[in-house]
Design a protein around this ligand. Structure first.
Ligand SMILES: [Zn+2]
Length: 296
């Protein structure tokens, strides 16, 4: 059990929110968590693929003149998922990437074009987060919201990695959700630490950004990164912020050097910072702040 949050799991909350689920055998609890994770993961692959396209279309509709033809329906539900090569519309069972990937050996059922391994991997990662949340926080509503945080962070990381852009439609609701979750002072941190965390997270990266711009004339980050760190501050409190920034800076530096080393990236190329902030947030969520104990 989590050392930092352990104190919060008083019997009161277990009784009120997790009693029915908590009486199931452990295997059933984890089985349910993993299936739930796979289903949410399947939805995340759709969000990651479609949300940037939806935002791009909305932006075009606003900026272009009356000559633009009316766009056909495109959102998270419509049209149904199809193979990008042959247009084969996926049947219901093919929408669960892990299942279809294994059964079809990573190929489209109709034209046999290769399907990216990223879809089943995203699903597996989401299922892993669901199991981890249950393991760390027990059969409580805190486990459920912790999983929600992980799922949002995963979707944002993939979108940032693809597009170098963190949509407001994800970062801002995540920030509000963090404040709401901590409202009762009984989830992750007391509310005042969450509020200060949201403000400090935004301001800290905002200052770093302007410092870099003024001193070196480069833009190392975007405003989406400020909002993401603000959201992490709202969920995990201001005390978690130095560790999250430190972890993400180290991970980003190692990844950047490795990617330049094997020639996958040029040295000057900016790195999307969102995935590293998200990783720092997930580590802090599950392991607390061992860095502070480590360095006194
Ligand atoms: Zn196909």
């Amino acid at each position: 059990m989590h050392p930092l949050y352990q104190a919060e799991f008083s019997g009161r909350y277990l009784d009120a929110y997790g009693s029915a689920f908590g009486t199931l055998p452990l295997a059933a609890q984890y089985g349910f968590a993993i299936i739930f994770g796979l289903v949410i993961g399947s939805f995340l692959t759709v969000v990651v693929h479609r949300l940037p396209i939806m935002l791009e279309r909305a932006w075009q509709a606003e900026t272009l003149t009356e000559h633009t033809p009316p766009a056909e329906h495109y959102n998270l539900a419509v049209p149904r998922s199809a193979c990008p090569h042959c247009g084969h519309v996926l049947r219901a069972w093919e929408n669960i990437p892990v299942v279809s990937y294994v059964l079809l050996r990573g190929r489209c059922a109709k034209c046999h074009a290769r399907v990216s391994a990223r879809y089943p991997l995203t699903e597996l990662a989401t299922a892993l987060f669901a199991a981890l949340s249950l393991f760390a926080f027990g059969p409580t509503w805190i486990a459920l919201v912790a999983f929600g945080l992980c799922a949002m962070l995963l979707a944002m990381s993939l979108i940032d990695f693809d597009t170098r852009y963190l949509p407001d439609s994800l970062t801002l609701p995540l920030l509000w959700a963090g404040l709401i979750v901590n409202l009762g002072d009984t989830a992750f941190v007391p509310l005042h630490e969450a509020v200060i965390g949201a403000i400090a997270g935004y301001l800290f990266l905002w200052c770093v950004y302007w410092l870099f711009r003024l001193v070196r004339g480069v833009e190392g980050m975007g405003y989406g990164d400020f909002k993401l760190l603000a959201a992490l501050g709202a969920w995990l409190g201001w005390e978690a912020l130095p560790q999250i920034v430190l972890l993400s800076a180290i991970a980003g530096a190692i990844f950047g050097l490795a990617a330049t080393g094997i020639g996958k990236m040029r040295f000057e190329e900016p790195l999307p910072f969102g995935p590293f902030l998200a990783a720092g947030g997930v580590i802090t969520l599950f392991f607390g702040t061992p860095f502070y104990t480590l360095f006194g």
